[in-house]
Design a protein around this ligand. Structure first.
Ligand code: SF4
Length: 339
């Protein structure tokens, strides 16, 4: 059974042979002295195997430690909010997540549910420095994974904060569903490191966001980051339709702003669930009993989303509620962003 905190007990650990002496690899392996270790040629030999069941693998996840080759920094995808940033990029120094949200697009995107950690972080930094010579960069670093949740293994949060502090034209976003406070307390704050917390109502987090922190824990962690000087973003995104969603999201709003001073927030994002048609097709095969995955979404330009009226209702409702606590110009709604 996976631990809810920080990292799971991996069933197997695969390590690329060429990096077995890498100090970062050794540090990660120290966490698993009794692990079932297998040395491999290339992570894709395991990760890209055909006929894997992503859902089943999440119940007994393996860890793959590898070196990332090729491009490491990517331009932002159309389903993602750019928050008004012109040069919007994302990067993934891990693939997959120890949390297991039922609706997670990674289940549709990757051929495997196993987790990969790339250890050549310096090469990510080098590529980014090349971009920073051309223009400012806004970079989401906790993408296709939850970097905070696995930081006990990688120490990447500290490394990203330190790198960002040294580069005046770089702003990063670290998005998480973890309730860890220690990282925000123990790292010196930086006003260009946005601590972003995806916040869902109790009914959604407890039913669908398996192993992630509870709603209350995430709110506490967000307050912790704010109290320690980090700009904090709250993401009511993805909003998930459920019976009595209005009541659930209204309560969430009350719970959040009872603890967090809206005037001190960096910004807020609001968006309802949407996903690429290809990913959803695969997820429907893997999760035939999931109410979220099998909802009758509308296909708009290759992306599934809630029917227009429902989407408007949900996002409009949340924007109105949030606007009671935070200035409207700090509320980013996905729909308006994409126009
Ligand atoms: S926390 Fe994010 S990346 Fe992790 S399983 Fe949930 S949706 Fe996916």
């Amino acid at each position: 059974m996976k631990s809810k905190e920080h990292y799971s007990s991996f069933s197997h650990i695969y390590v690329e042979e060429k990096i077995r002496e890498n100090p970062r690899v050794k540090r990660i392996l120290e966490h698993f002295p009794n692990s079932n270790r297998i040395y491999i040629n290339h992570y894709k030999d395991v990760f890209n195997r055909s006929k894997q069941s992503v859902v089943a693998q999440h119940n007994s996840q393996a860890l793959i430690i590898a070196e990332k080759t090729g491009a490491k920094i990517y331009e932002g995808a159309p389903v993602c909010q750019s928050f008004g940033n012109e040069h919007f990029y994302y990067t993934s120094c891990m693939m997959n997540c120890i949390f297991d949200c039922e609706y997670c697009y990674l289940k549709g995107m990757y051929p495997s549910g196993n987790m990969v950690i790339f250890v050549n972080l310096e090469e990510y930094f080098a590529e980014l420095e090349g971009l920073l010579k051309k223009h400012p960069v806004y970079l989401c670093v906790s993408y296709d994974a939850d970097l905070v949740a696995c930081d006990s293994l990688t120490d990447y949060i500290r490394e990203w904060i330190e790198f960002t502090r040294k580069h005046h034209n770089l702003t990063i976003e670290i998005r998480t569903k973890s309730g860890r406070c220690d990282l925000w307390e123990n790292n010196d704050s930086c006003d260009k490191v946005i601590a972003a917390f995806t916040i869902s109502p109790d009914v959604v987090s407890s039913r669908y966001e398996h192993f992630a922190a509870t709603t209350a824990e995430r709110i506490k962690a967000a307050k912790c980051a704010m109290d320690n000087g980090f700009p904090v973003r709250l993401c009511f995104d993805p909003m998930i339709y459920c019976r009595d969603w209005k009541h659930a999201y209204e309560k969430l709003c009350n719970d959040v702003f009872e603890k967090i001073d809206g005037a001190k927030l960096w910004d807020v994002s609001v968006g309802s669930f949407r996903i690429s048609q290809d990913y959803l097709k695969k997820m429907r095969r893997e999760e035939p009993d999931s109410a979220i995955v099998n909802f009758p979404y509308d296909n708009v330009g290759g992306y599934y989303q809630y029917p227009k009226g429902l989407q408007e209702d949900m996002e409009g409702f949340m924007v109105e509620k949030v606007a009671q606590y935070i200035s409207p110009d700090k509320i980013f709604r996905w729909e308006t962003q994409s126009k």
